[in-house]
Design a protein around this ligand. Structure first.
Ligand code: PAF
Length: 284
């Protein structure tokens, strides 16, 4: 694996791969890689002979009070993990390389509809920052295939809409969430949890499973069911931001005729904001 830091170096490496007729897969990340990221790289390898991963902690997607400065930066360890996973190129640009004219007057990609509500409500501007950097990265790498984790369900919906609306020539793949043995979704932010918070954290996924079971068993009083689940999360020490049941295809609130559903949750444990989701289907 080679690590490149400039767009010029990246494009030179990709030109060579293209000349050899290789398909290019892409896994964008913010680093501090865990098994969930490695699963994305492996998925890209299933589709493509040449796999590019990027590590860039994108300032444009962090709010003024969010964890940009303390977001874990672990480049050396990440390089080792990517190399062991068989990644071909690591693109690790600087902020100046990504935003050479600064961020103030940067052209933005804003994706209406799916960006609103859920994380979009509590993190204003976040999805515009994500869509903008992913669009730039797609233009730099020009991949055939890009792989994203389904853990960031709304993010994936935003990127799917951006790709469709802007006719970007890339096939998107959503990779199911990797979980610890106790069910906690793998996330770089899990590293912020202290011992007691880490012990409580699996309640987030357990709550999603309990709600999904109740819906599968026939409960349709969604508001009451979700309020009970929020109360349970509070009892377990969480400060819930939202817990919602949405149509998995449109991300609109689940209606009487929604069959493919997704439960989405964001909740704070101490200062750490965790998100998770669970997709499931019902027959009627
Ligand atoms: O999911 C992430 O790690 C980031 O939002 C992404 C897609 C790499 C864009 O910065």
């Amino acid at each position: 694996m080679i690590t490149v830091h400039t767009v010029e170096q990246l494009r030179a490496a990709i030109r060579l791969a293209r000349a050899e007729g290789k398909r290019v897969g892409f896994v964008p990340t913010m680093g501090n890689l865990h098994d969930g990221h490695i699963a994305l790289v492996k998925r890209a390898q299933d589709e493509c002979e040449f796999v590019v991963a990027s590590i860039f902690v994108n300032p444009l997607q962090f709010g003024p009070t969010e964890d940009l400065d303390k977001y874990p930066r672990t480049l050396a360890a990440d390089q080792q993990r990517l190399e062991a996973a068989g990644c071909t190129v690591l693109f690790a640009p600087s902020v100046d390389q990504m935003y050479p004219d600064g961020q103030q007057d940067q052209t933005l990609v804003s994706v209406p509809g799916v960006s609103e509500g859920l994380c979009g409500a509590s993190r204003p501007g976040h999805f515009t920052g994500v869509a903008t950097v992913v669009c730039k990265l797609f233009n730099m790498v020009q991949p055939d295939v890009a792989v994203f984790g389904e853990k960031d369900f709304q993010q994936l919906a935003v990127i799917r809409k951006m790709v469709r609306d802007l006719s970007l020539p890339v096939t998107l793949i959503g990779q199911p969430t990797e979980r610890a043995a106790d069910g906690l979704a793998l996330s770089s932010r899990n590293g912020y949890l202290n011992e007691a918070e880490r012990a409580a954290a699996p309640q987030l996924y357990r709550t999603l499973c309990t709600v999904a079971d109740a819906v599968r068993e026939g409960r349709r009083d969604y508001p009451a069911l979700l309020s009970q689940a929020i109360a349970r999360l509070e009892q377990a020490g969480f400060r819930p931001d939202y817990l919602e049941l949405r149509d998995a295809d449109t991300l609109q609130p689940a209606g009487a005729d929604s069959r493919r559903l997704v439960l989405l949750v964001a909740a704070y444990l101490g200062k750490t904001r965790l998100i998770d989701n669970l997709q499931f289907s019902i027959d009627s």
